[in-house]
Design a protein around this ligand. Structure first.
Ligand code: 4NP
Length: 155
């Protein structure tokens, strides 16, 4: 099993959106038995909560289910994930503060995979309110992530 974890700050806006979008892409390729997907937040304020209404509504517009997700906090046990995908630089720094150093190589930003993207951090819609922009960035990042994983695992 290949384990993929998306991480943001609250685990209610960006990382659950990425989790839901990536699950669809993985299922479309019939790889759901091979790739396990989860998300977490570096902060613990929203533990147990469903995604933000802005995330749920943009997912619904795109016929993607997200209301079964619930927020949890990133922990050092998450070192078992092969790909730890941060939404922005500050998430990556927070992850590395709690993750043993030998696992830091698993951590990267989603938009680092999108070569022609001028933005490398997914802006936080909890503060910007722009869930549409986040969806566009998450969609292109997740496409590249699946290409990367398939290449690295000869799928
Ligand atoms: P997220 O957005 O990291 O994309 O889930 C946030 C959600 C909640 C908070 C911050 C960011 N908060 O401060 O409660």
């Amino acid at each position: 099993m290949i384990n993929v974890l998306f991480v943001c700050l609250g685990n209610i806006c960006r990382s659950p959106m990425a989790e839901a979008v990536f699950k669809v892409k993985v299922a479309e390729e019939g790889l759901e038995e091979k790739i396990h997907i989860d998300s977490a937040g570096t902060g613990g304020w929203h533990i147990g909560k469903p995604p933000h209404e802005g995330t749920l509504s943009i997912l619904r517009e795109n016929n993607i289910k997200g209301d079964d997700l619930s927020a949890r906090q990133f922990s050092p046990d998450d070192k078992r994930f092969d790909y730890i995908v941060a939404m922005d630089d500050s998430n990556a720094a927070n992850i590395k503060e709690v993750l043993p150093e030998e696992f830091h190589g698993s951590v990267f930003r989603l938009l680092d995979l999108v070569e022609d993207s001028t933005e490398k951090d997914v802006p936080d819609p909890y503060f910007t309110g722009n869930f549409q922009e986040v969806y566009r960035l998450v969609e292109s990042g997740c496409s590249q992530l699946l290409i990367k994983i398939k290449k690295e695992h000869n799928m």
